[in-house]
Design a protein around this ligand. Sequence first.
Ligand code: LMR
Length: 394
Amino acid sequence: MFYDEVPEGPPDPIFGLSDAFHADVRPNKVNLVIGIYKNEDLQSELLSTVRKAKEEILKEDLLADYLPIDGSKALVGALGGLAFGDLWESLEERVYGAQTVGGTGALRIGAEFCSAFVGKTFHVPHPSWPNHRQIFERVGVVETYPYYDRSMRKFDLSAMLSYLKQLSPKSVVLLQGTCHNPTGCDPTPEEWKQIAKTMRERELMPFFDVAYQGFGTGLDRDMAQIRYFAQEGLEFLVAYSCSKNFSLYCQRVGMLFAVTSNRALKSRVGSQMKRVIRANYSNPPAHGARIVAKVLGGPLRKSWVQEVDAMRERIVSMRKKLVEKLSSRCKEKRFDYLLPHQGMFSFVDLEKEQVARLIEEYAIYLPDNGRINVAGLNSKNIDDVVEALVNVMS
Ligand code: LMR
């Protein structure tokens, strides 16, 4: 009786499609759906440095106590250094960090905080990760800003800036820090400067989502724009995810940084963040945080950097192969627009009907916006994928 009026909810556009992929019995099926890094054998294995850290932690005598409400201080220091680099030492006194339940948890905590203390209107890029809208809708109003120019197949700075210029102060603007999901198209460093300038002039609140540090052009270069915002003295939030670059998807390790202007603000903002966290899940789990802090804080760090570099290099090389093969198979169309894409995703210019055919006729799974996870390709399946793409596009 209590549940009679509950309607069936729609499946999640990403996880729902992954379920459909797993249920498909066709042996040649290809999974280009979800943003999980896959090695050449298409396995999402634990990085070896992460496995070693895990083994060491299991041998240590650990207390069974709760972590503080805002999590591990060691993780804040470790990820602060990773995200902000050399700036971290000088920033630490004005940046509050809270360990969160993955990047999604950080977005959710930050969203609740903004809605209570900054502004209730959230502007997300069009297109964006579908969960952004869902998270922000729980606490406020969601609008979209133009981001991708489909006819030019690239990021559209002037459309974005014109949109930002007409927003009222304290509007919250979601910015994907690196490796834009789903398009793979990021602003250039010069474009980021213009975005920062406009946001400062219009008094807009930047809320960065960073889920792919190291997957774009390098661990440091991927964070250059966020470091620039900090150097320029802007106040902003960063939701950080360790899922991809530490292969810790199921451990849900994330961090919410609030970059403030001074120590007093850091303390006040932190005190309110803690209230939001306490009311949501009380305090975060410890295991994944200990793993990340151990990898970054000791001798495993150097090898971990190499592992991240190797993941990025495989993605770059698969993207290059895809473009080469598509271009030689289909000479009348150009595919080099895919080459500058950053990170795991590339937006392939496909209509919904073409995506439906890829799934139905070829068992190649991808979301209906044409996003592919390039790490889902390997030397065994790439020719079949190219053949299918050419067929549905012709
Ligand atoms: C994706 O976009 O596929 C990933 O970020 C995984 C997710 O949570 O949707």
